[in-house]
Design a protein around this ligand. Structure first.
Ligand SMILES: *Cc1c(COP(=O)(O)O)cnc(C)c1O
Length: 401
């Protein structure tokens, strides 16, 4: 895994510029500091790195291919390439950091990994890693989401995880995060909290980014092999920002490569509560233990957020993205629900690849950019496959036959 763990940011306190850090109670800080120490030791240990590398290769199926989307390219004008994270075991990029976090938990002598989940994608990936590595797994999930995301709940249970319903408040992701934190504090010695994106207090934004950087490192050599040059643009969707940071991290120093992070515009970004375009519409603040751009209501509480892609509706974002926005190294753009759904069908029909609705946001932006930047090379991180979305699509949008 050459190059993987050499990003210079964050500083030792977990700051990317002014963003990130750790805003948590002192007793929890002691525990989280142990994770930082264990992680920094682990990534200097060849045994740990080799074990992770072998899992990526033989279990996840890495390297995932970079595919030239010829039909789409012909229609829209640019040369469009897809980094196929949808072909990973469990169907998305999340398995990359779940395996890393689970291996670290084992190394630290933990018996159980716990996490919250919204749509269930992180829960399934973590339950998978737990099953493989012989760890117990508790997943906290809002009651509303449990009803909505039935297949993922069943998957987690089949994999041997315990799904703990969260019954207070709005009974969705935010309450699940709070409940998971409470569960963690009950027994921080034998459990490890495995965060699902590059969010939360230090070291999670760094650690999850590092585990995802395999995506960018692979993609860089693959695109060079295919085209003989670096891409002109790279596009990825942004929920918490892990798949985007995973692919961006290998190209941050290549200033000639334009990076685009695509936020969910939902029903439109002019009305609070109808989108989750954190970097576009938010302001810096502190939530869930870290500082970043966030969407706040007038009382400073997290705003209600919405997107057709349930993996993207988070009212904050990974702190490294906030830093990259201020530096203007990454361009953050918005794609709304309807554009994403059109792109979902377009990729399905043109290339025979059904994308996750999250990933369809990146496809939609690539289609727009293609028309302007004709003949350029565009690399899209296709973060996941759309199997999980087909019932929802049929019910709400039909199959367009
Ligand atoms: C969870 C998820 C996302 C959003 O998470 P990031 O941390 O922003 O990558 C995007 N795509 C898919 C397929 C997901 O499952």
């Amino acid at each position: 895994m050459e190059n993987t763990f050499t990003n210079s940011e964050p500083n030792k306190d977990g700051y990317f510029g002014e963003y990130g850090g750790s805003f948590i109670p002192p007793d929890l800080q002691v525990i989280i500091d142990e994770i930082t120490v264990a992680y920094l030791e682990a990534i200097k240990d060849e045994t740990f790195l080799n074990e992770l590398k072998a899992l990526y290769q033989y279990y996840v199926g890495r390297p995932t291919p970079v595919f030239y989307a010829k039909n789409l390219s012909k229609k829209y004008g640019a040369n469009i390439y897809l980094k196929r994270e949808d072909l990973s075991h469990t169907g998305a990029h999340k398995i990359n950091h779940c395996l890393g976090e689970a291996l670290l938990a084992k190394r630290m002598g933990k018996k159980k990994i716990i996490a919250e989940t919204g749509a269930g994608q992180h829960g399934v990936a973590l339950a998978t890693a737990a099953a493989l590595l012989g760890l117990k797994c508790d997943i906290y999930m809002g009651e509303v989401d449990i009803k909505k995301e039935h297949p993922n709940v069943v998957k987690m249970k089949i994999l041997g995880a315990k799904v703990i319903p969260v019954t207070h408040g709005r009974k969705t992701l935010k309450e699940a995060v709070d409940a998971a934190f409470e569960g963690y504090l009950e027994d921080p010695i034998s459990q490890l909290y495995a965060i699902g994106s590059i969010v939360g207090p230090h070291p999670f934004p760094m650690m999850v980014r590092d585990f995802q950087s395999i995506v960018g490192n692979e993609a860089k050599s693959q695109i060079l092999e295919l085209t003989g040059k670096l891409p002109d643009s790279i596009i990825a969707c942004i929920g918490g920002g892990s798949n985007a940071m995973g692919i961006f991290s290998a190209f941050l120093d290549d200033k000639e490569v334009n990076l685009f992070g695509i936020e969910p515009g939902g029903l439109g970004i002019d009305k609070d509560g109808e989108h989750a375009a954190t970097l576009t519409k938010g302001v810096p603040g502190v939530m869930h233990g870290f500082k970043s751009y966030m969407l706040q209501d007038k009382d400073g509480e997290p705003q209600e957020v919405y997107s057709v892609a349930s993996g993207l509706d988070y009212p904050s974002v990974g702190p490294q993205h906030s830093f990259l926005k201020d530096l203007k190294r990454v361009n953050y753009k918005v794609i709304n629900d309807n554009e994403a759904i059109d792109a979902f069908f377009e990729l399905s029909r043109m290339e025979g690849i059904i994308p996750a609705i999250e990933s369809a946001h990146a496809i939609a932006y690539a289609m727009k950019l293609s028309k302007i930047e004709k003949d350029s090379i565009i690399l899209i991180n296709l973060s996941g496959r759309g199997d999980k979305d087909i019932d929802f699509i049929e019910e709400n949008y039909g199959t367009r036959n």
